[in-house]
Design a protein around this ligand. Sequence first.
Ligand code: NAI
Ligand code: MG
Length: 351
Amino acid sequence: MNTYRIASIPGDGIGVDVTAEARKVLDQAASRFGFGLEWTEFDWSCERYSKTGTMMPEDGIERLAPFDAVLLGAVGFPGVPDHVSLWGLLIPIRRAFSQYVNLRPVRLLPGTSSVLAGRGAEELEMVIVRENSEGEYSTLGGRHNAGQPGEFALQESVFTRVGVERIIRYAFELARARTGRVTSATKSNGIIHTMPFWDEVFAAVAAEYPDVSSDQCHIDALAARVVQQPDRIDVVVASNLFGDILSDLAAAVTGGLGMAPSGNINPPGEHPSMFEAVHGSAPDIAGQGIANPVAQVLASAMLLEHLGEKAAAQAVNTAVETVLAEGGTLTPDLGGRSTTEELGSAIAAAL
Ligand code: NAI
Ligand code: MG
């Protein structure tokens, strides 16, 4: 029997609730499909930061390195600045493990009401390939003349040829496997150094994939296209910031943040990959037991797929669809009255 070692970092707020349900579903999948999951839970979070001054221990990365995969809830809580929680845990893990692809599939699930009601599931099915290791999220820059009238802040972006080329190539490989098309999110009309460079690399890689159709679209127009013509979109490749914004938007048109999973992938498999919902710790509903666990459960299906347990991954996706289509066990964001725990258990039972 294959046994996989999984690190779980529930984090803060609803991250804790939805991760508990995802773990329940994963354990059920393991027993049904005959593989083992050996869990190790880490309490790395804003709560830990409040007590010790760090989000994770100094050797956190070394501790995670031996695992087959990481399941992350969400980090962030009022009282701890968001740049501390992000740069103290999430971003160091993504970068140390070279998880340079942030894969964010978006689809309309049964039983959910989209703002695009009337569209079929096949019209609302796309995947956002977000660059996850450089771009706009950089430490370069600084604050100057603090408190003075001439105070200013500078923030530099980093776009390397290696970084841009590998993410675009990943998108083309994915589109080829889906027999789909690639759309590049750009803004080379306004951002005059990095985005023309991005466009050039995109054109060069596209030329190597004559069998895959592609186009490019400015991020503002692309945002409108996600809402008005989602059927024209298949695989989107985007920089770190553009991909982040676009995936929340795409999640919103398919029924909300509670439904959108995400994988931080190290394609060569040299380091563990990490799976999480797109959403954050949602302090506004934390502690109420009403967070929708579907996003985290779907992220767990991505984790299983990544481990090579494809049948189990498919079964988890089907269990989610079954429970949503029945419609009797839905959390308030989906118009129901059920709790996180009830929806998680219903999915595990359907499995
Ligand atoms: P958020 O995603 O936590 O919440 C946005 C809105 O969506 C809230 O109204 C929330 O109630 C709702 N929502 C999100 N997930 C839901 C779910 N599963 N079920 C039902 N409703 C759900 O984003 P926000 O409010 O901008 O950030 C809150 C905290 O989370 C911040 O500290 C932020 O830095 C952090 N964050 C962490 C992320 C991570 O760890 N990967 C990602 C995004 C935000
Ligand atoms: Mg985001």
